[in-house]
Design a protein around this ligand. Sequence first.
Ligand SMILES: NC(=O)c1ccc[n+]([C@@H]2O[C@H](COP(=O)([O-])OP(=O)(O)OC[C@H]3O[C@@H](n4cnc5c(N)ncnc54)[C@H](OP(=O)(O)O)[C@@H]3O)[C@@H](O)[C@H]2O)c1
Length: 511
Amino acid sequence: MSPSSTANPLRDGRDRRLTRIAGPSALVLFGVTGDLAQKKLLPAIYDLANRGLLPPSFSLVGFGRRDWTHEQFADVVEESVRDHSRTSFNPDVWNQLKAGIRFVQGGFDDGAAFDTLRDTLAELEKTRGTRGNHAFYLSIPPKSFEAVCQQLSEHGLAQGEDGKWRRVVIEKPFGHDLESARELNAIVESVFPPDAVFRIDHYLGKETVQNILALRFANQMFEPLWNARYVDHVQITMAEDIGIGSRAGYYDGVGAARDVIQNHLLQLLALTAMEEPISFDAKDLRAEKEKVLAAVTLPEDLGAHSARGQYAAGWQGGEYVNGFLDEEGIPEDSATETFAAIRVDINTRRWSGVPFYLRAGKRLGRRVTEIAVVFKRAPNLLFTEGESEEFGQNAVVIRVQPDEGATLRFGSKVPGTQMEVRDVSMDFGYGHSFTESSPEAYERLILDVLLGEPPLFPRQAEVELSWKILDPFEKYWADSGTQPESYAPGSWGPEQAAELLERDQRTWRRP
Ligand SMILES: NC(=O)c1ccc[n+]([C@@H]2O[C@H](COP(=O)([O-])OP(=O)(O)OC[C@H]3O[C@@H](n4cnc5c(N)ncnc54)[C@H](OP(=O)(O)O)[C@@H]3O)[C@@H](O)[C@H]2O)c1
């Protein structure tokens, strides 16, 4: 069959291989002194410039409380770029970027500072040709969103006119539960229309996460098996080997489930389990993700199908580390979990009876994020128990990070005269198959904001559906009045987590 006869008439006809370059625009960054801006956002902006993906007129305006001149702010940006950018430092690229850097000093309650911001943006439009297109990136605590959105609105900065666009970028967490997520959204959408709001779940900017779509929908060999007939269960793991570090203020009262299961892990579940969208347009992709999230059902006995833990003090990798309750800024009776695991099911014909196990934790054995689709055993195994002792279940494992790639696990005959079957792996690694290194998630996402391309940004309906899944677990844990179970640093979480799967006659993978 010729490629044209299989073309999807609903596609926009665009060649997605072509390099996309942002049009004239300015990015206003609130929270320039924050950790996220310094380590990820400013370096990503430089990397985009270095890859030739920003227009010559691109301008960057920092907004913050420090008493900085434009020059001093540019020095701060340069330091962050030199320390953290992915690509090498090129003085020509830097000087071009630097010419468009401005700083506006002020707090979020300072109306005069927003007057200055408006004047600065007008100056950039005139002198650099940004054409009045502005993206406002709120890399600030969510409690400040309201103040900033209102100031932008009152100073005429939120409304685009005459073809000039205005966009706002907000970072997770999108609320603390369903109710607060709705409140937060009402604040943002009272100022910006829904299609101008870009919610960042940076996992969606990762190459490996986008590759789930390629793996599932470009190939013929996986999709026929991707259902309850062949799949036994799915495990989605996000493990970190570090503790909370200096994030006590943020983390206490939030915990592993709200921090990453509600957003990153449920997005991974949605991409793994959704039906094929009719196109990769934002509305089609999001519609399928929403359908599958809406089909998630929770176990009746939430206690038996969830687990919570807190890391204890102990030795990890040759270092003695604090327990969570000894971390600076954490109350000694904190009930916040640093490990959470839940089981959910998906009430669709494709997934009926296939549990999805999600777990996330800190101070675990290794830093790894992966999706393991574990298959049922062959219905009639010719090999005796002894012959297949070291043969597990077939699996497709998508490695999101680090060591990005995918693995097929299957049984193979051990060489020799005996007949013995053992698990082996077939491996695809980005590092081996491609010469170019993957862009950072934030490069892709900032570029998409400037291009106005929304497929990789969850919309409010997805955020709300995810809270509907998590809220009952959170309520159950809060009502139970129990402390999360302690676990040793460097382990794979509390006993409860192992028991959760044992009840279903399964075990967690050791990535
Ligand atoms: N760090 C991450 O990896 C990460 C990951 C996901 C999501 N996020 C989210 O991204 C946002 C930023 O995170 P972060 O880690 O960079 O936070 P952070 O280190 O605490 O920085 C917060 C920034 O907001 C500014 N700020 C706070 N209150 C202000 C006020 N009243 N007026 C003016 N500026 C104010 C701070 O400026 P000062 O220096 O003047 O205090 C600082 O630049 C948060 O919403 C966070 O939840 C972060």
